[in-house]
Write a protein that binds this ligand. Structure first.
Ligand code: CA
Length: 333
C-alpha cells in the first residue's frame, strides 16, 4: 500500500511539475484544453454523434481529469508479485461465485461453447476477472477519461480519440449519459470490460434482441467474450500449459525472457530438440512460450491459447490466473 501511494504521489508530482513548466497540460499541438474539447465536440457532431455527452461529462468548467492521468502511471499488476496477484484472482469467493455463474447461465454458456469451441470456464473466468461477474464494472466516467487521454496521452492520442467516439455510441445505445457511462480509467466498459471500439467490432447479440448490450445483457456478454476469443485464434480442444524442465545442457539462463517473464513463442520441435519435456498430441510446429511464474517454482510451456488471453490483456499474470481459474471452474462444474 505504501509503495502504491509512493508511486502515485510520484506520478502526481511529475504531472504537476510538467504543468508548472508548460503553464498547464498541453498536447503536442499546444492547444488549451477548452479549445481541444471544442474541436472534439465538432468532430463528434460531424460524425453524427451526440457531442452534448462530452459537455455533460465535463460540466461548465472543463478541466483534464487528473485522476485518469495518474492511473496511467499506476497499473496495479506492474508492482505486484505473482503469488499475491494469483491468490487474489483465484480467491475462494471468486471461485465459488464462478460456480454459481456457471450454473445460473448454463444454457447460454453451453450453446455458445458448442457454437464457438470456447470452453465455458474460460468465458466465465474472464467475466470474473474483469468485473467479478458483472458485480463491479468500474466507476470512472469513461467519456471524461477518454477525452482527457486523447488530450494528454503522448503515445496513442488517436487511439483514445477513436475510443471516445465509440464510447459516445455506447452511451446512446445503452441510454447512459456523460456521467453515468462508467468503466475503467482506460475506457473499458461493460461486464467484460471491452474497449468501446471492440463493443462494435467484437460484440455479439446473445439474447436475440437485435442489439449488443454488454452492460445489461449477460447473454450478450457471454456471446461477445466467446467471439473475441474466436477472433483472437483460440484452438478448440487444445490445452494451454504443460509442465516442463530445462535440461542440464540447456540451462534456464539460455532462454531470453521479456518484461513479463515470458520467452518468445518457439516451435515445440525446438524445445524437444533442446531436451525439454513437451506436450503430446500437440503439432510440432506449435509455438510455445517458456514461463516460470515464481522463482524456484515449476516451469511451464504455454501454448497459443495462452497467447489468446494475452491478446485480451497483455499480462502474463492475468492470462495465467484467468486460465487457472477456468480450469478450476471446469473441474467443479
Ligand atoms: Ca442483445
Amino acid at each position: 500500500m505504501l509503495n502504491i501511494m509512493k508511486i502515485s504521489m510520484l506520478a502526481l508530482i511529475t504531472l504537476l511539475t510538467a504543468c508548472a513548466s508548460t503553464g498547464g497540460l498541453t498536447t503536442a499541438q499546444n492547444q488549451s484544453f477548452e479549445v481541444f474539447l471544442q474541436a472534439l465536440e465538432e468532430e463528434a457532431q460531424a460524425q453524427g454523434l451526440n457531442a452534448y455527452l462530452i459537455k455533460e461529462a465535463f460540466g461548465p468548467h472543463p478541466k483534464p481529469f487528473l485522476q485518469v492521468v495518474k492511473a496511467q502511471d499506476n497499473q496495479a499488476e506492474l508492482k505486484d508479485a505473482f503469488t499475491p496477484y494469483f491468490n487474489r484472482m483465484l480467491s475462494p469467493t471468486r471461485i465459488q461465485k464462478g460456480g454459481e455463474i456457471m450454473a445460473a447461465h448454463k444454457d447460454i454458456l453451453a450453446k455458445t461453447s458448442r457454437a464457438t469451441g470456447i470452453p465455458e470456464g474460460v468465458i466465465v473466468a474472464l467475466w470474473g476477472a474483469e468485473t467479478n461477474y458483472g458485480g463491479y464494472m468500474g466507476n470512472i466516467p469513461v467519456i471524461k477519461a477518454l477525452a482527457t487521454l486523447a488530450y494528454t496521452d503522448t503515445r496513442r492520442p488517436a487511439f483514445f480519440r477513436r475510443e471516445l467516439f465509440n464510447a459516445l455510441k455506447v452511451a446512446e445505445l445503452t441510454g447512459k449519459n456523460g456521467e453515468s457511462l462508467q468503466g475503467s480509467w482506460a475506457g473499458a466498459v461493460g461486464q467484460n470490460q471491452f474497449m468501446p471500439s471492440n463493443w462494435f467490432k467484437m460484440g455479439r447479440d446473445g439474447d436475440g434482441d437485435g442489439k449488443v448490450n454488454l452492460i445489461d445483457s449477460e447473454a450478450d456478454v457471454v456471446a461477445s467474450t466467446a467471439n473475441y476469443l474466436v477472433q483472437a485464434g483460440w484452438i478448440e480442444g487444445q490445452g494451454w500449459k504443460w509442465l516442463t524442465m530445462p535440461p542440464e545442457n540447456h540451462p534456464q539462463e539460455k532462454i531470453e525472457l521479456n518484461s513479463r517473464n515470458l520467452s518468445k513463442p518457439i516451435p515445440l520441435i525446438m524445445w524437444k530438440k533442446w531436451g525439454y519435456t513437451t506436450p503430446e498430441n500437440v503439432p510440432e510446429n506449435t509455438a510455445l512460450r517458456f514461463y516460470q511464474p515464481v522463482a524456484e517454482g515449476p516451469n511451464y510451456l504455454l501454448g497459443p491459447n495462452f497467447d489468446v488471453i494475452l491478446d485480451w490483456n497483455y499480462s502474463s499474470f492475468f492470462a495465467f490466473s484467468v486460465l487457472s481459474l477456468a480450469d478450476i471452474l471446469k473441474q467443479e462444474s
